[in-house]
Design a protein around this ligand. Structure first.
Ligand code: NDP
Length: 625
């Protein structure tokens, strides 16, 4: 059985014979007996079963509940008893000993006997265990620890007695129970009360791993940052498109504001709606496998239908048929601004709907990123997985209307280039941009299942940020190079094209291999194909890869993505910086995203994550960042 906790990891270990957990450090693990040697803060060392060790995070979750409601006060007495130092004897042993207390102590001694006690190193003693376990030499503190519990009962117990005790208990060592049945029931009751308290903690104050915080760090600059992004990004997008359409698309050439009818046309908005609902229809088709997402805070796992690639194929058939019957797809270029504004309006309306419905959502359904601050939550998303029946709004928007829309927009640009520049065939630059981005989208749809473990799905709610990002930013900014090439042609020679293709392939290999390696590992850590990789144990039960792609840098997939982004821009030449906007923005996005992910991983994995950072010091770019 693989061990769950790593050496050096700080966790909580149950004190033998009680329900109290104290902070301990894992010293070592015996694979034959499956016991961990742990060290308490006062230096005491004991051996514990895996079941009696818990990650620190699970305790934070419980503690949090104690600060608010009345159940928390009920729990308060227990919290206090928990905070007793493991070095101190139980309160009972300090009081004068009554008859009932004597009985209690007897009970305790019985429990203590169930703990494997081991002889003193300082006395040079060692014991060959009767059950054939290897010879062990241990420290006096283990025995002293038990002595403290028992001190009223046997105040002058000799060390030999203790050795005897340890030998006596040795036969139970592989099957000891630290909790007698009577107590088990009592603690189960208390535990269930605690669970009740935990669920009563407002989800808005819960952190990524389900714990609660009093003061929550808001990302993206908090409320002011969210306001700025919500107002600034749509305006910035329109500005970029206007700039790009100018004859001279330099940054200093500020475009004049277009007439209203050039920005808004209800017919175009209708076409956008048609596109959105057509994709929704494809999403509902009962084709493709159904998989489970990662467990939610309450242990539930939502089901998702994986049919994005089929949706893409069916869309291609419909678009092909439309082209065949003479629909002038290239003309969409003339309505591009109106289409972008239509998408912005739709994303805004969708965000309002999402926020309104989230007000009625049960607390367990709220996103760990939500804060309780209305404007911020409108931006980051309040509800984690808003669904209408089985229709998952966030999952649908992640990859379908925007991503497939991006390929369609690129095709529109290709046709528009041929028409505007009176070409019989598209330029090599346009072909490169189209095929590179086509590959990216097909890859994302082919590996659609991988989206279920991304931050977007498991951490961020569905609000303006993702609605705008998925439905507006991706299709209209990511197609920027193709849009640029329509009115700013760039001739690319074959040798230059070969270098760009090589760069793209290099980025793709890094991106795909890194993502696939991690996904395969997360799916099945015992996958024989990954047996050669080194890992670090973490207290969550999930290990971290420290060799292979994830031993190269801490985010090799981001590195590959950035290399590909550069390859998308290079076909546009070096006349203007505008087609490089995507690379610049994407670098900033991934640096920020990497920092967010590190923050989450540090909270999730604690010491193990620090170890990983020591072993793999660079984040994205080796020797630089
Ligand atoms: P990642 O795929 O990078 O996943 C990060 C998670 O992976 C961590 O939270 C952790 O989660 C796990 N992990 C981290 N290190 C290790 C390790 N050493 N061993 C095992 N697991 C590890 O997250 P993203 O969602 O940010 O990115 C997914 C892909 O999407 C990337 O290729 C990225 O480039 C791309 N992307 C593209 C965007 C675009 O606009 N084009 C935008 C954002 C991302 P856990 O341990 O819980 O499994």
């Amino acid at each position: 059985m693989p061990r769950k906790f790593a050496d050096g990891e700080v966790v909580r270990g149950r004190w033998p014979g009680s329900s109290l957990y104290y902070e301990v450090e894992i010293m070592s693990h015996d694979s034959s007996s499956q016991l961990y040697t742990v060290k308490y803060k006062d230096g005491t060392e004991l051996e514990l079963k895996e079941n009696d060790i818990k990650p620190l995070t699970s305790f934070r979750q419980r503690k949090s509940g104690s600060s608010s409601s009345s159940p928390a006060r009920r729990r308060g007495s227990r919290s206090r008893s928990r905070s007793r130092s493991p070095g101190r004897p139980p309160k009972s042993s300090r009081r004068s000993v009554s008859a009932s207390h004597q009985a209690d102590l007897k009970e305790r001694r019985k429990e203590v006997l169930e703990v494997k006690l081991i002889p003193l190193k300082s006395f040079g003693n060692s014991i060959s265990w009767s059950n054939g376990e290897p010879e062990r030499v241990e420290r006096v503190e283990r025995v002293e620890r038990v002595e403290r519990v028992e001190q009223n009962d046997r105040p002058h117990q000799s060390l030999q007695d203790k050795f005897h005790l340890s030998q006596e208990s040795s036969y139970i060592s592989t099957q000891y129970s630290l909790r007698p049945r009577r107590e088990e029931i009592k603690f189960k009751e208390i535990d269930s009360k605690e669970e009740e308290v935990v669920t009563k903690v407002p989800a808005s104050s819960r952190t990524f791993d389900g714990t609660a915080t009093q003061t929550k760090d808001l990302e993206f600059g908090g409320v002011p940052g969210a306001c700025l992004l919500m107002l600034g990004l749509p305006a910035f997008l329109i500005l970029l498109l206007l700039m790009c359409k100018q004859k001279d698309p330099s940054l200093l050439n500020f475009p004049s504001l277009p007439a209203w009818h050039n920005l808004w046309e209800t017919r175009v908005f209708g076409a956008y709606l048609l596109w959105f609902f057509f994709q929704a229809l494809l999403y509902l088709l009962p084709i493709g496998k159904v998989v489970e997402g990662t467990p939610l805070i309450d242990g539930r796992r939502l089901k998702y239908r994986i049919n994005g690639f089929y949706a893409f194929l069916l869309t291609s058939v419909v678009v092909g048929a439309a082209f065949f019957w003479g629909v002038k797809l290239g003309d969409v270029y003339n309505h591009f601004l109106q289409l972008a504004l239509g998408a912005i309006v739709f994303a805004g309306l969708l965000s309002v709907y999402l926020y309104a419905r989230s007000l009625k959502a049960p607390r367990n359904d709220l996103s760990p990123a939500s804060s309780g601050k209305a404007i911020y939550d409108f931006f980051i998303g309040r509800e984690l997985n808003p669904r209408i029946g089985a229709f998952d709004l966030k999952y649908f928007c992640e990859l379908r209307p925007g991503l497939i829309g991006w390929v369609l927009i690129n095709l529109v640009m290709l046709l528009a280039e041929m028409k505007l520049q009176k070409r019989a065939a598209p330029s090599l630059a346009m072909i490169l941009v189209n095929s590179f981005q086509f590959l990216y989208v097909v890859d994302a749809l082919w590996f659609e299942e991988a989206v279920l473990t991304t931050m977007d799905i498991i951490h961020d709610g569905f609000g303006f940020m993702l609605a705008f990002g998925d439905l507006v930013w991706v299709p209209f900014i990511y197609s920027f190079q193709a849009f640029y090439l329509v009115s700013h042609p760039n001739e690319v020679s074959w040798p230059v094209a070969s270098v760009i293709v090589a760069l793209k392939l290099c980025g793709y290999v890094i991106f795909r291999c890194a993502n696939s390696q991690k996904n395969a590992f997360r799916k099945n850590p015992k996958d024989p194909r990954l047996a050669h990789l080194k890992t670090i144990h973490t207290s969550t039960g999930k290990d971290l890869l420290v060799s292979g792609w994830w031993g190269f840098v801490r985010h090799p997939n981001y590195l590959g993505d950035l290399i590909m982004a550069l390859a998308w821009s290079l076909p546009c030449g070096f006349n203007h910086i505008l087609p490089y906007f995507y690379v610049i923005y994407f670098t900033m996005l991934l640096i920020h995203r990497e920092a967010r992910d590190e923050h989450h991983c540090k909270r999730k994995y604690g010491v193990a994550w620090d170890k990983y950072c020591q072993r793999v010091p660079y984040r994205i770019l080796p020797y630089i960042y």
